[in-house]
Structures are given as C-alpha cells and as structure tokens.
Write a protein that binds this ligand. Structure first.
Ligand SMILES: Nc1ncnc2c1ncn2[C@@H]1O[C@H](COP(=O)(O)OP(=O)(O)OP(=O)(O)O)[C@@H](O)[C@H]1O
Length: 244
C-alpha cells in the first residue's frame, strides 16, 4: 500500500510537485494521469527517494523511503523512462545482477528469469548483450528486471510505450494477475484504453497537484461527463490532456 500526503518537490525555480496526496491500495491498479510535465515521473522518483522531497510524507507498506531507502525499495519495482541497461551484459546476466541486489538466491533468480522470459517473450535476446537493443527490447528487459523479485508494489511509468501488440497484451495479463495476487500497482500512462481495461482507480495530477482521485466511474460522475477521456480533459482544464 502506498500513502502519500502533500509532497512538494522543486528543481530550482520549477515547482514540479506542489501538493500531491493519494492512497493506492493493495490488490488494485491505480492509473496516474496527467498532461505532459504534470509531475508523474518526478512523483515516481520521489516515491522511492531517488529524488528528495521538500515536504510531505510517503509510506510504502509502512516504510518511509527517505528514512529507509533500501528497505522500501525491496518492496517496490520501479520502471521509469531511464532503463539503465548495462550494454555489455546480456539480458540473463543483467537479471542475475539485479536479482542478487534484491537478495534473491541463484535458484530463485533462475526460476524467475525463466518466468519473465516466457511472460515478456525474451527468448531471442536472453543471451545477447543489451548493446544495440531496440526500444521495445530495452523496455522489455527493464520490465523483466522490475518484475523479477516479485515486489509487492509496482510503480510503472508508461510501461507499454514502444511495446508491440502481443507484448502489450502479455504485460496487461501479467499486471492483472499481480493485482489479483494483492500487488499494489501504480501505472502512469497516456493511453486511456489501458486505464479502462486495467485500472480500478485513477489519480489525476496537473501542474504538480492532485486534482482528483476515484474509480473511472466516480470521476465521470463527479464531472457529469460520460467519457473518461473527456472527464480527464475537464479535470485538468486543458484540451491537450492526453496523447493517445
Ligand atoms: N531534473 C530536472 N530539472 C529541472 N526540471 C525538471 C527536472 N525533472 C523534471 N523537471 C520539470 O518538472 C516538471 C514535471 O516533469 P515530469 O517529468 O515529472 O512530468 P511528467 O508528468 O512525467 O511528464 P510527461 O508526461 O511529459 O512524461 C516539468 O516542468 C519538468 O520540466
């Protein structure tokens, strides 16, 4: 479970987060929606203390990542826009490395490597060095790393960008299964289809502030607008709300 109260984060003069609060429950997929530059990526990085916050509280399964970053990260899988692949390592070696960092033993790493390979269709690239991988291949490897240690909380920043249709479907199925197992999933996306197909709750942020939280139906009811996309545009107060 992830609980956030009144987070603030500045980059010099840019006040990127200026009061974000929400709760993301276990066993639910929560969409994080907001226009470009709203603060979604900054929020995800701040949640795991990759960025410091100036104000506010964060609790991930009861742990404040600012006080205990390693303890909190053990329970979190984070996928951001920077995949951080190691060009010389093969996919298998890369997964082994991150498995060890997360305290997995060799047998568990081997078993989970097989599982994520099948899940994400990594067979062709499992023993190739990451150098030269396509965008879709890169995100698949980063996703495999994110899911490898079966974290109870998942923070995914646009996880399907660059994925082909089959991989997108496989990922959606995997996320639905993780949610059913009780995982807490936060998914930043611009794809409304993803929200309506997968997400139980929606957090809308604009200009660094939470402007709404609720189920897709509640947001439609709150705005009196039948379509979630139109409700979102209404909530953020712009016509340029969503990219796809
Ligand atoms: N390292 C940084 N230095 C300065 N400004 C930054 C930095 N990182 C983010 N920002 C600014 O903070 C604001 C929020 O950016 P962020 O990347 O969190 O938005 P986002 O909602 O993820 O956007 P997008 O949908 O375009 O990915 C933007 O104005 C951005 O320019």
């Amino acid at each position: 479970m992830i609980e956030v109260t009144d987070i603030h984060k500045r980059f010099g003069d840019v006040h990127a987060l200026r009061g974000v609060s929400f709760t993301a429950a276990d066993g639910r997929a929560t969409a994080l929606l907001g226009p470009n530059g709203a603060g979604k990526t900054t929020l995800m990085r701040t949640l795991v203390a990759l960025l410091g916050r100036e104000r506010g509280t964060v609790s991930i399964d009861g742990i404040d990542p600012a006080a205990d970053p390693l303890g909190a990260r053990r329970n979190v899988g984070l996928l951001t826009d920077q995949f951080g692949l190691y060009e010389r390592l093969s996919t298998r070696e890369y997964l082994r490395y991150f498995g060890r960092i997360n305290g997995m033993d060799q047998a568990a790493i081997a078993r989970r490597t097989d599982e994520v390979t099948e899940l994400l269709g990594l067979e062709d690239i499992l023993d190739r060095p990451c150098r030269g991988f396509s965008q879709g291949q890169r995100i698949k490897v980063a996703l495999a790393r994110t899911l490898l240690h079966r974290p109870r909380n998942l923070l995914l920043d646009e996880p399907t960008r660059g994925l082909d249709v089959m991989s997108t479907r496989a990922l959606r199925r995997a996320l639905a299964a993780l949610r059913a197992e009780g995982c807490c999933i936060i998914l930043a996306t611009h794809v409304m289809q993803e929200v309506t197909q997968l997400c139980d709750d929606v957090i809308v942020i604009a200009k660094g502030q939470t402007v709404a939280q609720g189920s897709p139906r509640e947001l439609c009811e709150q705005t009196g607008i039948a379509s979630l996309e139109d409700a979102f545009v209404h909530l953020v107060g712009t016509e340029e709300g969503i990219a796809a």
